[in-house]
Design a protein around this ligand. Sequence first.
Ligand SMILES: [Zn+2]
Length: 109
Amino acid sequence: MECPVCEKGKLVRKKIEYKYKEWLFGKYDADVCDYCSEAFFTEKASYKIEQKAKELGVWGIEKKTKISHSGNSLIVRIPKAIATFIEIEEGEEVTIRPEGKKKFVVDAT
Ligand SMILES: [Zn+2]
């Protein structure tokens, strides 16, 4: 099968480590491109990864929040569960940067 990303390499079935931030989830079946190294986890592996994420308590902590404002700045409230999870506190300095048109990242590292 040809790689859908680079359209140059071939996909080879391998067991590779799935990592989410500092959590190692273990090794799962994936089709890995021998040219660009892009990895595509199989459907079965994705299911197992989801189960593992639930086990580790890192699944589905996504929350909705509203943007308000103060003077010329906008305020994004960070729900408690997420603040606890990414270990940030009031007064802490973080970096925010856009990641595409409709997305930004708060980096507390
Ligand atoms: Zn590729």
